[in-house]
Design a protein. Structure first.
Length: 105
């Protein structure tokens, strides 16, 4: 994976798709670094999705699907694609430090 992280985060373990291997190591600083590496500047809407994804992961044991995010956060599919281009549930999960959501390619 070629994600460029700040020097102090260079020991972060990622899988071949750039997803963190240990979600417990996640922090807001890591989220900012991953988002920056993906060309995304995090807004309050991004954080609402990221925080939901992390909470849902802790409750359900897996990263939330796009449908669950949309229904729970109250954001449209179009907005999700705008916030997290290239696969919104997948990108939101990556930035939230979670594994790839079930059903994502």
């Amino acid at each position: 994976m070629t994600l460029t992280l700040p020097k102090k985060l260079d020991r972060l373990e990622l899988d071949e798709d750039g997803f963190m291997l240990n979600p417990e190591e996640w922090s807001a600083e890591i989220a900012e670094a991953i988002a920056e590496g993906e060309g995304i500047e995090l807004s309050d809407q991004h954080w609402a999705v990221i925080n939901f994804a992390r909470d849902d992961f802790h409750n359900e044991g897996e990263a939330p699907t796009l449908r669950r995010i949309i229904q729970s956060v109250g954001i449209s599919t179009k907005e999700m694609y705008s916030l997290f281009p290239g696969g919104p549930a997948k990108m939101a999960s990556k930035i939230a430090g979670l594994g790839k959501p079930t059903g994502c390619i």
